[in-house]
Design a protein around this ligand. Structure first.
Ligand code: G1P
Length: 274
């Protein structure tokens, strides 16, 4: 039902400078796999095979990564190392990739709007690949959200409870529970102070959006930090119709921060050794 997944990937990744001076943050690996590949595999697990990536200057390695490297394939063919390319080959054989560039960094809402030409007039998923989700053997977060979409047919944001001291890092929702772990959103605020926060349910980097979001984004004025915020556009959508918050099953690592990145690395390494 959801056929496309949009990956906003134009950000500078300043928290990982100087590494991100020439390497996109989406290409930083947890063990041996770039962050964005975890996101792509989560979309595949949800039955989505068209990946639309919003890139920016200095991000060409993303396009090269999702392509065949003939020289490498040739070198490894028939050797014991051939197996190391198995996962990425599977991605390339099953998925299509399209790209567009965000020329100016005007916020997540703007990045999503730039993706309009790739997405068209259909509902779509959004993955922010620095939020790495581990389903711990269960269904992936996007897969869980697609199920909810099939029932309610409206925009959905994935949420998790965070400590009050953390709310100012996120979009935060207030909602009324209508189903197990499902809330009808009645308010959402981008990066509120503790006093302003309507709850401690923070939005994480997984969205399903209905295409009317584009028309709203075209009109959305810069909000928090002077950026066009997807949270503001979603608030308008929820006033006109319905937006859901879904408390997903699984664990999220904020790999956009050094702490979260190291934590994910350690946990994924332990799993490998188990
Ligand atoms: C963005 C969104 C925010 C959301 C967060 C999840 O913020 O604007 O609402 O909670 O992603 O990772 P950013 O982390 O890009 O500042």
């Amino acid at each position: 039902m959801i056929k496309k997944c949009l990956f906003p990937a134009a950000g500078y990744g300043t928290r990982f400078l100087p590494a991100t001076k020439t390497t996109p943050k989406e290409m930083l690996p947890i063990i041996n796999k770039p962050l964005i590949q975890y996101g792509v595999e989560e979309a595949m697990e949800a039955g989505i095979f068209n990946m639309a990536i919003v890139t920016g200057r200095g991000k060409r390695s993303l396009e090269d990564y999702f392509d065949i490297n003939y020289e490498l394939e040739h070198q490894l063919k028939g050797t014991s190392k051939e197996n190391l390319l198995k996962d990425i080959r599977n991605v390339l054989e099953t998925c299509s990739f399209s790209y567009t560039r965000q020329m100016e960094m005007k916020g997540l809402g703007h990045a999503i709007l730039v993706g309009e030409s790739l997405v068209g007039n259909e509902p779509f998923a959004v993955i922010l690949s620095d939020d790495l989700c581990d389903n711990e053997g269960g269904q992936g977060v996007l897969s869980q959200m697609c199920k909810i979409y099939a029932k309610y047919r409206c925009s959905i944001v994935a949420v998790e409870e965070v400590a009050l001291e953390e709310v100012s890092k996120y979009g935060v929702i207030a909602g009324r529970k209508i189903d197990e772990d499902v809330f009808v959103v009645d308010n959402m605020i981008e990066k509120p102070s503790q006093e302003e926060a309507p709850s401690n349910l923070a939005i994480i980097g997984r969205y399903i959006l209905t295409p009317d979001i584009f028309e709203i984004l075209h009109r959305t004025k810069p909000g928090k930090n002077g950026e066009i915020q997807i949270t503001d556009a979603l608030l308008e959508q929820c006033k006109k119709g319905m937006v859901l918050g879904y408390k997903f099953k699984g664990v999220r690592y904020d790999c956009g921060s050094v702490d979260g990145f190291v934590k994910a690395t350690n946990i994924f390494y332990d799993k490998l050794k188990r």
